[in-house]
Ligand binder design. Structure first.
Ligand code: FE2
Length: 410
């Protein structure tokens, strides 16, 4: 069997939970990143910041990998991580505000979990189907570390809301009450959907980062959200505006963007659980570069979150992906929500016919990202690891109102 046909065989049976033959490609060098055309080591790492402490080889039983595995087995995971039930709505919001994230089990029931697993596997198959250079099994995503992909950025529309599996998760009976509590209103909005995944053999740590930067601005809308969530507004005598303590509370507790990442498999010490740094959503400093990260920040992961759970996270909080030394794909598809006080201008990445399938509240949430009837969002439906291919696809489809590629109907 040729190398390519064995990869194809792996992809035919690909699932985003349970052991798999996917990943662990020894021919993809550790820390190798590629540019938009797929050329290795472009000198501008973008998101693919190298991990100076990574094992030297991408080989399951290499001594470096075995050493890292035994350290992870002993130390990986936040001790005493609280995992909530979906009905603990107020407690979830309280922990979210304290820590910058909260883990809640059973956000997905069996049916939704099965549906999201199917969609995640299908999208990943499309990404991995592109043949790798030389002997490599896959093409690495432009600007990322090997064996790590983002559903959002690998989609030529940068979002996944044209897929029914992602759209079906925007308004769930488990998530909507918690989001409403966090935002203090039902007028928050969906901004997009995507998520990230790592294949077995993603031996490098992804650098710690925040997804959005705090503006430190308090608009009238943000002030209203602060009132809605019960922040008492104390005013300064001189200016009559909120005093410093109140302003700090507003900025700390009223994030612009909140994301829910859903676990497709149990997060274990070995399969690349996401790491979150407690309380970092309120910090004004940037995260340390990989060489300066203390060991505890590497082990500050969400081990123990079961399949169907979600991490509801403030996008300002420092986080990063961790090594997947197992045989299981670790996939965390997500939905991203914006605060009620954000403006209405967002990319229209949800086709109208998908929007029509949503609940009444789901339709309200997607009001700013819904395309006009008959307009297919440029790039939607094309998944590719390389930026150049995605750009070409989006351009080809841009503004033409054409239907999904390869599909008979819109
Ligand atoms: Fe991120």
């Amino acid at each position: 069997m040729t190398a390519r046909s064995s990869v194809q065989q792996e992809l035919d049976t690909l699932a985003v939970f349970g052991d798999s033959a996917v990943g662990w490609d020894p021919y993809t060098p550790v820390n190798e990143t590629v540019d938009a055309e797929g050329n290795p080591f472009p000198g501008q790492p973008g998101f693919g910041v190298p991990d100076p402490r990574a094992p030297r080889e991408r080989v399951y039983d290499h001594p470096d990998v075995a050493r890292l595995r035994s350290r992870l087995k002993r130390h990986n995971g936040i001790p005493g991580l609280e995992i909530l039930d979906p009905n603990e709505v107020e407690r979830a919001a309280r922990i979210f505000r304290r820590d910058g994230f909260v883990v809640v089990r059973d956000l997905l029931d069996e049916e939704h979990l099965a549906q999201f697993r199917r969609g995640s596997a299908r999208a990943l198959r499309q990404i991995l189907e592109v043949p790798g250079r030389d002997q490599r099994k896959y093409v690495t995503e432009s600007g990322r570390l090997p064996h790590r992909y983002s559903y959002g950025t690998a989609s030529a529309s940068r979002q996944m809301l044209h897929e029914e599996e992602w759209a079906a998760m925007v308004d769930l009976p488990t998530t909507t009450p918690i989001l409403t509590e966090i935002f203090g209103s039902t007028d928050y909005m969906v901004l997009g959907a995507g998520g990230d995944l790592c294949l077995p053999g993603a031996v490098e740590y992804q650098h710690l980062h925040a997804d959005v930067r705090e503006s430190n601005q308090i608009s009238a809308g943000r002030l209203q959200t602060a009132r809605d969530i019960g922040i008492e507004i104390e005013t300064e005598e001189v200016s009559d505006g909120p005093d410093l303590a109140t302003r700090r509370r507003i900025i700390d507790f009223c994030p612009a963007v909140v994301t829910i990442n859903f676990a497709m498999c149990d997060l274990t010490w070995e399969n690349g659980p996401i790491r979150q740094i407690l309380g970092s959503h309120t910090w004004q400093m940037p995260p340390p570069p990989p060489a300066d990260e203390p060991e505890w920040m590497r082990m500050s992961t969400l081990v123990g979150a079961p399949a169907g759970a979600g991490v509801i996270r403030d996008n300002r909080a420092w986080h990063g992906a961790t090594p997947n030394l197992s045989r299981e794909i670790r996939s965390l598809p997500n939905v991203e929500y914006g605060a009620p006080w954000l403006g209405p201008k967002h990319a229209k990445t949800m086709p109208h016919h998908i929007w029509e399938t949503l609940t009444h509240h789901g339709k309200h949430l997607c009001r700013h990202i819904k395309a006009e009837p008959g307009v297919w969002p440029p790039g939607a439906g094309v998944m590719h690891p390389l930026g150049s291919e995605r750009r070409a696809a989006a351009k080809r489809m841009g503004g033409s109102g054409e239907r999904r590629p390869g599909s008979p109907g819109g």
